[in-house]
Every structure is written in structure tokens, then in C-alpha cells.
Design a protein around this ligand. Sequence first.
Ligand SMILES: [Fe+2]
Length: 239
Amino acid sequence: MSDASTSRRSFLRQLAVAAGAVVLMPRVTACGGSGAATAEPGGPSSRPTLATDGSAAVPVPVPRTQPDGWDPVEFNRARGNAGAIPESYLGDINGPDGDWDHLGKHLPWFPELDPALVPAGYVGIMWGDPDKGHTPHPNAPRGPANNHEGHWYNWIRVRKATDEEAQELQSTYTDWPGTNPDDSGAYAVHGGGEITDNAGKNTIYLAAVPPDVRPGDLVRIYAHCLTHGEYVDFVRYRG
Ligand SMILES: [Fe+2]
């Protein structure tokens, strides 16, 4: 292992330990009257956060396990139309290119990566798998094109796909292309180069994996794009 990769790995480990991934306890707020328990991470003051399984504002619950006949495009379209995706994007997801260019673009996949890029306890995630014909998801810093909100995933929750009680870990990303030292998530770059190359499509999100997840397990990835809302899918964890 090169000195550079060793120091990057140490840095990421340090970051993971120092910031800590937020542990979500989906059952904790089950008795809440409003149900509005899904806290949006925004920075140090917002942690730790608790979340329910699924957004209270959306009458389409997020399944704990992959349902029979699971179709992530159709599920996310239905949940998006029910409120998980901003109204301004509904025309796109329901349009002729919605499946690949808009819904598929926001679905997670695990690229094959040099292990040196991924700190222990983390997994690399990208969005919009070209092998499935999906459009890779771009990323953009805050600017006029995105109401100065930025375009990237600002939280990712990883949970073993099981009906049993299981830990869910949330990683946060409050900036792109830079990182905030208070975030529990981090970035790497697919294929090397600058993270901003190729409209940010080479960005790898390093997200914390709960300790009960083993190679070969199906995991649920539940995440939020700042511009385009929430998306859910199940992906096989290779370790
Ligand atoms: Fe997006």
C-alpha cells in the first residue's frame, strides 16, 4: 500500500471515529403523535438524529425487507408522487425518460473499488448504475442552478434488510465537493482524478455499514438527494 493511500485510509478511519456515524433507532419514536420524527441532518447541532422507518409526511412506508416482485423504479415513483420527491421533479419522474434519467439515476449501487479507498466499516455507493441502463447521478455545489441548495445526497441510511430489529446507520454529507469535518460520511473518486470531473458523476459516497451486516447480506439503502428527494432500494453487500 502506498504512503498516500495509507494516510488517506488513516484519515478516513480517524474521521469515522471522530465524527461517528449516527445510529438510528427506528422504533424509538413509534408512539409519537405527529409521526414527524424523521430529522434531517444539517450539521453538528442536528446530531444525533432519530428516524422512523419511512417519512411521516409520506403515506407509503419504506419496507424493511425487499418485497416480492420489488421494482425500485415503480416503488420510488409511487412514493415520490406521494410526497417523497419534490413537486418540481414529478413531471420528470413521470415523463417518458423518468425510469432511467430520473428515477434510475437516483438508485444506489456498489462499485468495485480498491479496498484502500474504503475505510473499515464503510461501503462505497454510487447512484445510477450504467449496467442497468440508468443515468449516472451528477453532483453540484451550491449555486444559482439549484437555488443555492446544492445537488448531492446529504444523508444515507444503511440497514440490513430484515424484519428483525436491526441497527440503521446514517451518514451525513453537508457539503460537496468538500467535506465537513463534522460529517459522518466522506467521499472518494471513482477512477481517480478530481471529484468535480465529469459533472461530479465519479463521486463515491462512503457510508457507514452497521456491524451486523455481513458480506452477502441484502441491505436497504435509504437516502436523500437535496434537489430531488428520497429514494430507497436494496443492494447486495459484498463486503
Ligand atoms: Fe439528484
